[in-house]
Write a protein that binds this ligand. Structure first.
Ligand code: FES
Length: 155
């Protein structure tokens, strides 16, 4: 519940009890409800997912999205991908990067990510978990391979 909704609920109660409502609160209770929060102007990042059968899926994400967000937001049909919703407990979001892209990723894998990667099938030296990769402008045009098989480490 946002501040506007809280005030909207309080204002009628105060009015019924004839308690004075400062103008600013009254205004807040009605002004924030319908307000559309402006989208922060985020740069579009083009990402291509390459399935094991060679099919290329070209989609857009924005700076700050994880690769898991990109898959979910674009309804990409990758069976079982992202099963733990980014909580680093499944390894189903395993992706393989080119050497160049791998070296340009903004952050190195954490120990927790490396532990989970150890449980992924078809692990390579340039494997990462998609839920841990956050898009930056530098990653525009990124291509990632989706391994043929996934392992849900929770099973
Ligand atoms: S979605 Fe489960 S580890 Fe990334």
């Amino acid at each position: 519940m946002n501040l506007g909704q809280i005030f909207k609920n309080i204002v009628p109660v105060l009015s019924r009890r004839k308690i004075s409502i400062p103008k600013v609160i009254h205004k807040l209770s009605y002004s924030t409800e319908e307000k559309v929060v402006p989208e922060i102007n985020k740069k579009v990042i083009h990402v291509t997912f390459i399935k094991a059968n060679g099919e290329k899926i070209k989609v857009n994400g924005t700076v700050g999205d994880s690769l898991l967000d990109v898959v979910v937001n674009n309804n990409i049909d990758l069976d079982g991908f992202g099963a733990c919703e980014g909580t680093l407990t499944c390894s189903t979001c395993h992706l393989v990067f080119s050497d160049k892209d791998y070296n340009e990723l903004p952050e190195k894998p954490s120990d927790e990510e490396l532990d989970m990667l150890d449980l992924a099938y078809d692990l390579t030296d340039t494997s990462r978990l998609g839920c841990q990769i956050i898009l930056t402008e530098k990653l525009d045009g990124l291509e990632v391979k989706v391994p043929a098989t996934i392992n849900d480490a929770r099973e």
